[in-house]
Write a protein of this length. Structure first.
Length: 160
């Protein structure tokens, strides 16, 4: 049975827009269908200074993958696009995170859904609100629009 899933994409190395577009191209497959893509947003790095700003987007997909299968597929895409995990929160060619997987709540060592820092990050909430402002966090019950208000001071700029 297909699930609607929201993914975040981010890049701050090389041609950031091309990295996002290449990731979108690799996401499209029979078991993973891209439904909608937000605008791109330029955002300040969170937690680590001295890095180039990120280009971010959120993608709504429909998938037949179970959560851990989806995670494995996303990690392979990151690897195909040159992602190297050298330091936590370090620069990256591409980062793909599962934000929400239907209404599921998952708490495993390798995967937490909803994304554990979803409500703290305007760079995720702004593009997610563009696609689904009334979508609710299955843990807190708060809507994306409600969570976005709490992080309004973080720097985010819509591109294009």
């Amino acid at each position: 049975m297909s699930k609607t899933v929201y993914l975040s994409l981010g890049s701050n190395i090389g041609d950031r827009e091309r990295n996002l577009r290449d990731a979108l191209g690799l996401l499209a497959e029979p078991a993973l269908r891209v439904l909608r893509v937000s605008s791109f947003y330029e955002t300040e790095p969170v937690g680590v200074s001295g890095q180039r700003w990120y280009l971010n987007a959120v993608v709504e997909v429909e998938t037949d993958f179970f959560p851990k299968q989806l995670l494995a597929r996303l990690l392979r895409i990151e690897q195909q696009l040159g992602r190297r995990r050298l330091k936590p929160r370090g620069p990256r060619t591409i980062d793909i995170d599962i934000l929400l997987y239907g209404g599921a709540v998952i708490d495993a060592d390798e995967l937490q859904v909803p994304h554990p820092r979803l409500a703290e990050r305007r760079f995720v909430l702004e593009p997610l609100a563009e696609l689904a402002p009334n979508l609710r966090d299955p843990v807190t019950g708060r809507s994306v629009a409600e969570m976005l208000v709490a992080v309004a001071k973080q720097q985010v700029r819509r591109v294009g």
